[in-house]
Every structure is written in C-alpha cells, then in structure tokens.
Design a protein around this ligand. Structure first.
Ligand code: KIV
Ligand code: NA
Length: 264
C-alpha cells in the first residue's frame, strides 16, 4: 500500500471515505496495524496511563513519547505517524518547535497538541517550519484538573460555538487534522461540516471524517473504567488481535462504529 500522506487524508475526506486511526506504542503492534489497513498510528500521551499505569497523562515526557514514536516508526510501513506533544511541552511556540523536532526526528510525520485559540500562533509557527499539526478539541485530557474530570464538552450553546470558532482558527493557522473528543454527536457533525481539514472523532459521533480509539480500550485490556465511546472489538467471534483490529477497520470504514450507544 501507498504511504498515507496529508493529501491522501484530504482526498479520503473529500470522497467520504472514513479515516481509520488507532493509538500505537510499539513496533510489533505498528506492524500489525499497518498490515490491517489502519491509516494513522497515534503515539498518544495516553501511553502514560495504558503503558505506565499513571492516573492521568500529565506525567508523560517528550523523551517517553519520542521513545515510543521511534519504535512505532520502525514497525510501520505506510501508516501516517502522529505523536502527541505532552503536557507542558508547548507552553511557548519556541518550546513547541524544539519538542516537535525531537518527535519528528524520532519518526513522527505530524505532532498533536491540545487546545483552542491560544494555540493558533503556535500552530502557525510549527507549520511554517514544516511541522504538520493535528489539533485536539473537546475533552482535552491534559486539562483534566481544569475541567474537573473526564467530562463531555461542548454541551452548552456557548461552549459549542467556542469549539467551532477555535477549530476554524486552528485550521486557518495551518492545522492539517483535528481530533474531537467527547462532544455531542451533533457538534461533531457541525464542526466537521464547517471545516475543510479532516476531523477524527473519539466520542464525537459518526459524522467525523474518521475515528480513533486507544488500542488497549478496543482490545479490552485497559483495567480502568470504560468510557461510553469505547467498544471492545476483541469479543464475539474474534479470537485474535489481528481479527479485532480488522473488525475495527471494517466497522469504521462501513460506519457501523460508532453506534448510537457510543455517542453523546
Ligand atoms: O493520547 C491519546 O491516546 C489521544 C487519543 C485518545 C486521541 O490523544
Ligand atoms: Na493524547
């Protein structure tokens, strides 16, 4: 298969072909996911929780994300590799660039950061310097202590309008992709329809340009509480990890996932 590029993702969005994304943290899973047709592998700062047992993503360092990014890059052939800039790694645009360089040199093709309008200047600074950016709005786990827990966002008219305005600013600043987490399905659709860049939903309804899940969640191995938007694909007839990842790829592709029960 051909390499997944930003133009390829834009073409998928334009053609209405769902984009399939999963988190991935090591070379063996990267190879498996790549083989199963996952388009984007995300080295999420969720690694702090699912790999290292932390209570939140806040303890994760750039060095840790870079370590896992290098492993994923060695294991995958054609998937796009997106790496999270962790908590505290992009407080200024210069810091964001220095840390993004570390992730790109480890093998990332794009970096992801959490937040709205305040990041527009940073996104412009990165993209002008050849660092593609994925934005992340809605429930942004690095802000858990400000949000007061892992709660659905964008439920009021005001916060929904704010999210859409932020998304547009980030797109104008040069973002190539937008993750939308834990927002009402209607807002996921409205936001997607108001943008030209592809959106990737996790608890953001079926009308985003693609979907993402944390691999430990979709394989049913994460011991923590299961969010509403999670589906365990390692069940029923499925007896192998390759089978579960293939079932996820197929369900996102035919839009049977997310179902109503996974949406807000
Ligand atoms: O860290 C992560 O896994 C993420 C996804 C949930 C989008 O940011
Ligand atoms: Na993340």
């Amino acid at each position: 298969p051909k390499a997944v590029t930003i133009p390829a993702l834009n073409a998928m969005r334009a053609a209405g072909n769902p984009i399939v994304m999963l988190t991935c943290y090591d070379a063996s899973f990267a190879s498996l996911m790549d083989r199963c047709g996952v388009h984007i592998l995300l080295i999420g700062d969720s690694l702090g929780m699912v790999c290292n047992g932390h209570q939140s993503t806040l303890p994760v360092t750039v060095a840790e994300v870079a370590y896992h990014t290098a492993a994923v890059a060695r294991g995958s052939k054609s998937a796009m590799i997106v790496a999270d800039l962790p908590f505290g790694a992009y407080a200024t645009r210069e810091a964001a660039f220095d840390n993004a360089v570390k992730l790109m040199q480890a093998g990332a093709h794009m970096v992801k950061l959490e937040g709205g309008a305040w990041l527009a200047d940073t996104v412009k600074f990165l993209t002008e310097r050849a660092v593609p950016v994925c934005a992340h709005l809605g429930l942004t786990p690095q802000s858990v202590h400000q949000l007061g827990g892992y709660k659905v966002q964008g439920k009021t008219l005001e916060s929904a309008e704010q999210l859409k305005a932020d998304a547009l600013l980030l797109q104008q600043a040069g973002a190539s992709l937008l993750v939308l987490e834990a927002i009402p399905a209607a807002l996921g659709k409205e936001t997607t329809d108001s943008l030209t860049m592809p959106t990737i939903g996790i608890g953001a309804g079926p009308d985003c340009s693609g979907q993402v899940l944390v691999m430990h969640d979709m394989l049913g191995v994460f011991p923590g509480r299961k969010a509403r938007f999670v589906k365990n694909f390692m069940d029923g007839e499925v007896t192998t990890i390759e089978g579960a990842v293939t079932a996820y790829v197929n369900a996102v592709t035919d839009r049977s996932f997310p179902a109503l029960e996974h949406c807000f």
